[in-house]
Write a protein that binds this ligand. Structure first.
Ligand SMILES: [Zn+2]
Length: 589
């Protein structure tokens, strides 16, 4: 047996790791293997949501619903008007928190927004789901109740309200829809501009797709019909301004969509003002896109830094994405968190054999996620989520044939035209048909994504720093005074500064402990003390080995009794992203 203490320690760690691995493989791995649908929680009984609603509600309808909920549940919900869009629409944020346990700004908070890209309208579906379910489950699901009591949620379901409105009211399902205003041409005269497909054995699915037109306009798979093209139409109208290229982080004038200068879009300024100035309690930002998950039914979450290797991020900050990413993967049956540095490491001038641009290139500048992390010091995720249909063979993938079957069998001719042969002036013998604008997210698949995201967002809300006063003591000193000691602890997983980058860029606001005394007077010290950093459980484990606990700090004051009667001492601790707490003790002189 080895008597060297260091070797013994290493052996213990080794045995511990093996045990942990065994436990993991026994408990988790078998489930993961048999899982093809992820590990989502089930909503509390009685909760309903219309996953088949198409077209999605327009902006005014979303806002009306928020106001209705705020009126119905005034104890936990209220609307906040953060500004107007360029066309004068209200940017309405839903705040969800229990008012009886403190105002929203006195608690750590999560910010969620959707439809930042006009054509990526799926987000309003996911965000209205989250709002409805959080409110419904409050008081019924103990985890949700605890979170709404101790955290705040701010939700902006429609970020680009003007653009989103144009997209939705342009869809064939809306009254007033006119195919003449759309790009492409209705060649077969069925009243819809759909797609052209040409047999191509080299392609997945066996076809190449084009937009229905007498020209050759290259299309992606038919599911893209609604999403991407609509967004391009929008940027055509708003020459050069893209809501996710106009943030100040690494902003470049030559970036497509950059706009004339950073924050030229007022909508962005309203949100930035909220996150940096009026609501410094926000620690995590989640902004939904729907560019991913269309072909194989996989979604991915974009993380900062967009354009740099992970090594450029501080280790403690990078840890957040690694750990939270593993949970996302577990909940969603294998979806991932990535940045685009590794995914799209291509030269923009490079093209494949068909002339398609290979990737975004090494520079994608002016992103919201990089602004939030680099300039505000918060964590941020931009999920790329969209998907419709039914996973008929239950393999966890929503494939194009499954999408077509779903559109045909479940949706009738509302969104899908059967393929018919056609003689095209340039392409020759082709088929015309496919999507009349397949909703980007609908049905079973939308339900899956709503539920998986809901669980993940609650999981992240749980990670926040959470400051609590563990106790306040008052003891007499030998010179007839009283020493008051308050012990303050961070019960959260994240450190109180949230990101190490926040310290670096001086967005790390101090934790203040404040004393209020009656029946005695404060001597030799200030009533307010800056108590510095309080680490979270994720970052102070290494200190345990040294026998230190960096999650706990104390604040001390000296009192001198004054007058008769008892003494009352109230200590209040305040921090922007770790919440506030208060404790009062009363004692005799
Ligand atoms: Zn987008």
């Amino acid at each position: 047996m080895n008597t060297n203490p260091q070797a013994r320690f290493r052996a213990k760690i080794w045995v511990f790791s093996v045990c942990l691995l065994l436990l993991f493989s026994l408990l988790i791995a078998p489930q993961a293997l048999q899982s093809d649908i992820g590990h989502r929680s089930q909503p509390v009984k009685g909760f309903t949501y219309d996953f088949d609603r198409w077209p999605y509600p327009i902006h005014a309808e979303v806002n009306a619903r928020l106001q209705e909920l705020a009126k119905q549940y005034p104890n936990i919900a209220r609307t906040i008007l953060i500004g107007k869009t360029r066309e004068g629409r209200d940017m309405m944020v839903m705040e969800i928190t229990n008012k009886e346990t403190g105002s929203g700004t006195s608690k750590p908070a999560v910010w969620l927004d959707a439809n930042i890209h006009a054509g990526e309208i799926t987000g309003r579906l996911y965000m209205t789901y989250l709002i409805e379910r959080l409110i419904f489950e409050y008081g019924k699901n103990p985890d949700v109740t605890r979170l709404v009591d101790t955290r705040a949620f701010y939700v902006l379901p429609v970020f680009d309200a003007d653009g989103g409105e144009r997209i939705l009211t342009r869809h064939p399902a809306w009254p007033g829809y006119n195919p003449k205003e759309q790009p492409g041409k209705d060649l077969d005269g069925d009243g819809y501009i759909t797609q052209i497909r040409v047999k191509d054995a080299s392609r997945e699915g066996g076809y190449r797709y084009y937009l229905e037109s007498d020209e050759v306009i290259r299309g992606r798979a038919q599911t893209d019909f609604m999403n991407r093209r609509s967004r391009n139409e929008l940027t055509g109208e708003r020459e050069g301004e893209d809501f996710n290229r106009n943030w100040s982080a690494e902003w470049l004038p030559e970036e497509p969509g950059a706009g004339p200068y950073p924050f030229s879009l007022p909508e962005l300024r309203h949100v930035a003002d909220f996150l940096t100035t009026t609501h410094k309690n926000v620690f995590f930002v989640y902004s939904i896109h729907s560019g991913g998950g269309q072909h194989e039914g996989r979604s991915y979450f974009v993380r900062p830094l967009m354009d740099h290797p992970y090594e450029k991020m501080q280790h403690e900050d990078n840890d957040f994405y690694v750990r939270a990413g593993a949970i996302w993967s577990y909940l969603s049956a294998g979806n991932v968190i990535e940045n685009n540095y590794y995914s799209f490491l291509f030269n923009t001038s490079e093209e494949d054999e068909e002339g398609n641009q290979k990737g975004y290139g090494p520079t994608m500048a002016g992103f919201m996620s990089d602004f939030i992390y680099s300039h505000v010091g918060l964590h941020c995720i931009l999920p790329e989520i969209s998907g419709s249909g039914i996973d008929y063979d239950k393999d966890g993938y929503y494939t194009i044939p499954e999408l077509e079957r779903w559109a045909r069998e479940e949706m009738g001719d509302k969104i899908y035209s059967p393929w018919k042969p056609y003689d095209h002036p340039i392409l020759g013998k082709v088929e015309i048909g496919g999507s009349r604008g397949i909703p980007p997210a609908l049905g079973d698949r939308a339900k899956f994504d709503c539920e998986a995201q809901y669980d993940w967002i609650l999981y992240v809300a749980n990670l926040s720093p959470l400051l609590r006063i563990k106790n306040v003591t008052a003891d007499p000193t030998s010179d007839g005074k009283i020493k008051v000691v308050a012990t303050i602890r961070n019960d959260g997983c994240l450190s109180r500064y949230v990101t190490r980058n926040a310290i670096k860029i001086r967005r790390d606001y101090p934790v203040l402990a404040k004393i209020n005394v009656t029946g005695a007077k404060l001597v030799d010290s200030e009533p307010i003390k800056n108590i510095g950093h309080l680490l979270g459980t994720w970052s102070y484990i290494r200190y345990w080995i040294e026998g230190q606990d960096r999650s706990t700090k104390t604040a001390e004051w000296t009192l001198e009794p004054a007058g008769s009667g008892s003494i009352e001492v109230t200590v209040e601790v305040q921090s922007h992203k770790g919440g506030t707490d208060k404790k009062t003790i009363t004692f005799k002189k």
